[in-house]
Design a protein around this ligand. Structure first.
Ligand code: URA
Length: 237
């Protein structure tokens, strides 16, 4: 919203009075005097008029969570426990999820109330890599590496999946890197080679990796370098 509009709504002072106050240098945004009427302000900014609060900036939140299998990737649900239920922060209701996992998948979930940060992270065009550990019912043949790199045609969406990197770690264990997130994508890919996913765990999203000391059900606020690193990776993508 433009600064003059936000101010005009305060005490219904109107736009011309608001503009007069801005021109007089009496309005500050995050502590800095702003003299432009069209200065963009969002709900996270502090706006003051002669040291009186016009808008108290909302707290920005970026966090990671270790989703246990069985918990829903949703913000609310009438029946099942959701990832939001695991977070005991007073502002948890402001959060949205940066991508989802199936109910029986465990691992890294990012949550934020910062749409500008999450939007490019979720945009398929940015192709942010997501790394998963996959346990399968049957042994994974070495030919699967080429098949995952070549992509699979998904009839429902009528598309070919982007090249995915499969690293076979054991008979029935692999690490898979995807650059997109289609519905049940990994389960469908393994189904296409006649196998079945028994366990799925997300290890990382872009530059952010689930730390080994964050137990299932645990969460923590992201460090500044984690937040900025994810943003930097995106802008160079
Ligand atoms: N692919 C799946 O099949 N499930 C997930 O939860 C994530 C990717």
């Amino acid at each position: 919203m433009k600064l003059d509009r936000l101010l005009a709504k305060h005490d219904s002072m109107g736009r011309s009075r608001a503009r007069g106050l801005i021109a007089a240098g009496r309005v500050r945004v995050d502590g800095e005097t702003v003299r432009r009427n069209d200065h963009e302000v969002d709900r996270f900014m502090n706006v003051t008029l002669d040291d009186h609060a016009i808008q108290k900036g909302q707290r920005l939140l970026h966090l990671m969570l270790h989703k246990p299998a069985g918990v829903l990737s949703a913000t609310s649900d009438p029946v099942h426990r959701t990832v939001i239920d695991l977070i005991d922060d007073p502002d948890r209701q402001t959060l949205h999820l940066v991508g989802r996992l199936d109910r029986n998948t465990s691992g890294l979930i990012l949550l934020t109330n910062d749409g500008r940060w999450s939007k490019p992270l979720m945009d398929p065009a940015t192709k942010v890599p997501k790394v998963y550990l996959v346990e399968t019912r049957d042994p994974i043949p070495s030919s699967a590496v080429d098949a995952f790199a070549a992509g699979f045609h998904f009839h429902t969406e009528d598309l070919v999946t982007l090249p995915a990197e499969l690293e076979i770690l054991g008979d029935c264990l692999a690490r898979l890197t995807l650059h997109e997130g289609r519905y049940h994508q990994i389960k469908r890919m393994f189904h296409r080679i006649g196998n079945r996913v028994e366990k799925l765990h997300r290890e990382s999203i872009g530059t952010i990796t689930l730390p080994p000391d964050l137990a299932p059900g645990g969460w923590r606020i992201l460090e500044r370098d984690e937040i900025e690193g994810a943003a930097a990776r995106r802008s160079s993508a």
